[in-house]
Design a protein around this ligand. Structure first.
Ligand SMILES: [Zn+2]
Length: 199
């Protein structure tokens, strides 16, 4: 590392902090950036800089979005009466890729975990309940993972949701116990969504 000038060391250090980027890869990327056209490097740094400024959470489903409403919530051909509840953005993307779901989402941004002191107020449960309270929801599919926290969250949610006149379903097995949705293949996920059951 000391063989590089300070400005290159700085870039290498920053890249090295990214997940999955070891020192060797960071060095290679820094060298690549040095030899890439200036406009490309500038565009990359500008888009990274803007990321924090422009990305916000969708006001309805709490997905990452460039605008007030995300592309899914703002799409009139999606079924607004069907809400799929997921732990995070990555799980939403996994379900979207499966193509099995035509409704809208609600991103909890976490799961209940008493061990880690994460309770109902720490994730977006209140927002989900107020969204359903506004009416016009027919079904809520709970697609939290099948691990301990995912199951605890699903059971808490179904307890909260019984007071509404809606169908509550849980994503079906096929999703392995303890499995995270983002690691499940698309066919399995599609089948699990299609075979969801009432809880
Ligand atoms: Zn949205």
């Amino acid at each position: 590392m000391n063989h590089y000038p300070a400005s290159i060391r700085k870039v290498i250090n920053h890249l090295n902090k990214l997940p999955g980027i070891g020192l060797k890869t960071a060095e290679r990327l820094a060298m690549h950036l040095l030899s890439a056209p200036e406009s490309e490097v500038f565009e990359l740094s500008r888009s990274i800089g803007e990321l924090k400024k422009t990305i916000r959470l969708c006001s309805q489903c709490f997905a990452l979005s460039d605008s007030g409403l995300c592309r899914i919530c703002g799409n009139p051909s999606r079924d607004n009466t069907l809400i799929c509840v997921v732990e995070n953005q990555a799980d939403m993307v996994a379900i979207e890729k499966s193509g099995a779901f035509t409704g809208v989402y609600h991103i909890l941004h976490g799961l209940l975990s008493p061990m880690d002191n994460i309770g109902p107020d720490d994730i977006r449960i209140k927002e989900l309940l107020s969204r359903i309270g506004q009416g016009n929801i027919r079904e809520v599919v709970i697609a939290t993972p099948t691990n301990v926290e995912g199951e605890a969250t699903a059971s808490y949610l179904s307890d909260c949701l019984v007071r509404f006149n809606i169908t509550i379903t849980r994503i079906a097995s096929g999703v392995p116990m303890g499995g995270e949705l983002k690691y499940v293949d698309q066919v399995t996920l599609k089948k699990a969504m299609e075979a969801r059951h009432a809880i």
